[in-house]
Ligand binder design. Structure first.
Ligand code: PMP
Length: 427
């Protein structure tokens, strides 16, 4: 039988419950754990899937005879661009294969928009009185800190199961100071949401007061399925060009969570005008990317299907960890009505919403028991979750047994924080 909602307990029952949780928490502390669920890093086992890269490339020329050891080729190796054009549903000429970090490419785009403007900007963004960005929440903390670093005003909108709240977005873009929006379209960080065709169509076609409005379409988890029901990313570039806004989307992806997180290849895909714009600026920053790394990725994958095949091996490692998160939360919290959590079918995160006003306390309690969680509020601009309820869980890095132990501990912390709050004994 399901446990009773915590809010339905009598004061005496709640007092007993609180004592039980305090005891459970003391037990947890006594275990002296040292576990970390803070960041979406691939595990050692996942990294090992790509160890063959350490023996590649074989030879030093690509199929067109380019000597990859030398300078040059700012847009990246053609074969790798072709492979990822296929995977991202774009044309090869619309793809740049860059360095090891897509975050760097996002940052480069943002900075160049600031300093020079884009192909359809009336003036550089830095010449505007204010620049505002729409930030679906919960979202990726590094997106928000990047904007914060340049003083860009962040306007949160709810991230729904099918993408950002499109009614809210439509209203905000009537302000010409609103220049862009972040979207993680596939298996969003941290909610796991997948942007629907309908929402993407609206984003691509809506009228915006700013002629140079940009969708930063960060498809970091495009191929990172956890089930056999593999979501297909919406083709935002075709949608946007079809509705007369070809330069609106800037799409980003990388192999950071496909091969080596620190030594993968990042991609920018966009209209030809945007690609030319990016390269025109990039020519002053680089004489060419690491083509040796690009060639070894070509040889390692072999083809677009090789990438898909490789991702299934990741899935086999990751899916049991996500199942363990769900099982631990379900077994401790079902019926208590003190938390809800996502059951993502891809990506790297579980989004846990606890009782309003208790997320910081849960993170603090977990820390006290040796379980490191991402700081409460991290998934919001300026780290400010107005309801103090959101916690991002990242189960990829620890081994399965550690995920199980850590999550049982987190569930104890959730129950203790809720009992404290409801009994007025917080702190
Ligand atoms: N975007 C999102 C949504 C991410 O979650 C991450 C990694 N946590 C990145 C980008 C970073 O990508 P890269 O390693 O290519 O810089």
């Amino acid at each position: 039988t399901a446990a009773a909602p915590l809010s339905s307990l009598s004061p005496a029952e709640l007092e007993t419950f609180l004592e039980t949780q305090r005891t459970a928490y003391a037990d947890l502390q006594a275990h002296g754990l040292k576990l970390d669920l803070t960041r979406g890093k691939p595990s050692v086992e996942q990294l090992d899937l790509s160890n063959e890269l350490l023996e590649l490339p074989k030879g030093h020329k690509d199929s067109g005879g380019v000597d990859v050891r030398n300078y040059g080729g700012l847009s990246g190796l053609t074969e790798l661009r072709e492979m990822f054009a296929n995977l991202l549903w774009v044309e090869t000429e619309q793809v740049i294969a860059g360095g090891n970090s897509s975050l760097t490419m996002m940052h480069d785009c943002l900075v160049q928009l600031f300093l020079h403007g884009g192909p359809d900007s009336p003036r550089p963004w830095s010449k505007e009185e204010t620049v505002k960005f729409i930030c679906p929440v919960p979202g990726y903390d590094r997106h928000f800190t990047m904007l914060g670093n340049y003083g860009i005003e962040m306007i949160p909108v709810p991230m729904n199961e099918d993408g950002p709240d499109i009614a809210a977005v439509r209203e905000l873009v009537t302000d010409p100071a609103v220049k862009g929006i972040w979207i993680v379209p596939t298996y969003a960080n941290p909610s796991g949401a997948v942007c629907s065709q309908e929402v993407a169509t609206e984003l691509a076609s809506m009228e915006t007061a700013a002629p140079d409005f940009r969708i930063f379409w960060d498809n970091a988890y495009a191929f990172h399925h956890l089930t056999e029901d593999e979501a297909k990313s919406v083709d935002i570039i075709t949608l946007a060009s079809g509705s007369g806004h070809p330069n609106r989307p800037l799409m980003f992806a990388s192999t950071s969570k496909i091969t080596f997180a620190g030594a993968g290849v990042a991609f920018l895909a966009a209209s030809k005008a945007n690609v030319d714009w990016y390269l025109a600026n990039q020519q002053f920053a680089s004489i060419g990317p690491d083509k040796v790394n690009q060639l070894r990725h070509v040889q390692f994958f072999g083809s677009a299907d090789g990438v898909r095949e490789h991702m299934r091996k990741h899935r086999d490692i990751l899916a049991p960890k996500f199942a363990a998160v769900d099982a631990a939360l379900e077994s401790a919290l079902a019926g208590r009505e003190v938390a809800t959590w996502s059951k993502p079918s891809g990506g790297y995160f579980v989004n846990l919403d606890v009782l309003d006003g208790t997320a910081s306390r849960v993170v603090e309690l977990a820390k006290g028991a040796g379980i490191a969680l991402t700081p409460a509020g991290a998934s919001f601009p300026h780290g400010n979750d107005p309801r103090d309820r959101n916690i991002r869980l990242a189960p990829s890095f620890p081994v399965l047994a550690e995920v199980e132990t850590a999550m049982a501990g987190v569930a104890t912390c959730v129950l203790l924080a809720a009992a404290e709050k409801l009994s007025g004994a917080q702190g």
